[in-house]
Design a protein around this ligand. Structure first.
Ligand code: ATP
Ligand code: MG
Length: 259
């Protein structure tokens, strides 16, 4: 990865940019993923490159929803693996360990690259080493989601196909919609409050992926410590997504008009 001095005012952003460029060069990320990242950067500027208060509320509701789920699955694509593979593994380890690879541009070469990356697990993630994690969606993607074209709709039976709650960082709108139509609860992480994904999902966390994944994990740990009943957790899941998205739009609009 190219060297970025830590003192650089845009250190975190440049580091993430370096990660997506590296992932593209190693074949993990498709070209379109670079463009998606750029769109995300723009919205991150507009929300002030910090986790907005309303996103913190979405994170808490999501944590409770994931804890209550019978079969929660974290769906990952090239961008999310490039940016936050280890953080996603650590989050999955607090749940049932299920991570499903679901690529927008699915090719066997990319699937194998991603598989190797998880297996090799360069950073020697403890949770991965302790077999807490199951990677789905590569060798076992033999179910088809309705209303999504063939390759993009291939999912694992033990994973997304039977999941009741799916966490989807950087999902495409039509798949998010199809998951909702399948009766699932969808938690999206998407910096763009206007995207179809953000608008269709059950809960949308409008925050940058690498900032919010550790916050979801911390919130789950925090809620576990409180030994809450299912009823209490259920209360925490109540979240008005439309209202939250409008609050983000107001935040952006105030920023643009210097309020
Ligand atoms: P949709 O299909 O939902 O209407 P879109 O077509 O505008 O959205 P896609 O290219 O399908 O967008 O998905 C990329 C989305 O991921 C964008 O909305 C972008 O804002 C978001 N995004 C990109 N990078 C990040 C990141 N690091 N953290 C969170 N969101 C991100
Ligand atoms: Mg899209």
């Amino acid at each position: 990865m190219s060297m970025v001095p830590e003192s650089h005012p845009r250190y975190k952003s440049l580091l993430n940019r370096g990660k997506v460029v590296d992932a593209f060069e190693s074949g993990v990320l498709a070209k379109g993923g670079l463009i998606a990242h750029g769109r995300g950067e723009t919205y991150d500027y507009l929300i002030g490159e910090t986790t907005p208060k309303v996103a913190k509320e979405a994170i808490k509701a999501s944590a409770a929803m994931l804890m209550l789920a019978k079969n929660p699955v974290i769906s990952v694509n090239g961008n999310s693996i490039a940016l936050a593979k280890d953080e996603l593994i650590d989050l999955a380890a607090e749940l049932n360990g299920k991570i499903e690879v679901n690529l927008f541009y699915r090719t066997e070469a990319r699937e194998q690259k991603i598989k190797e990356l998880f297996e090799k697990n360069e950073s020697n993630n403890e949770n991965y080493k302790n077999n807490k994690i199951t990677i789905l969606g590569i060798d076992d993607a033999n179910k088809q989601m309705p209303n999504v074209d063939h390759l993009r709709g291939k999912v694992s039976e033990a994973g997304i196909y039977t999941a009741d709650v799916v966490l989807v960082p950087l999902e495409d709108g039509d798949r998010a919609e199809a998951l909702i139509e399948m009766g699932k609860k969808v938690i999206a992480i998407d910096l763009n409050p206007l995207s179809r994904t953000a608008q269709k999902s059950t809960i949308t966390i409008v925050d940058e992926l690498t900032r919010c994944i550790p916050l979801i994990k911390e919130e789950i740990i925090n809620l576990k410590k409180q030994n809450l009943s299912n009823e209490e957790l259920n209360q925490i899941t109540k979240f008005d997504n439309n209202k939250a998205l409008n609050e983000i739009l107001k935040l952006i609009s105030d920023k643009l008009t210097n309020k």
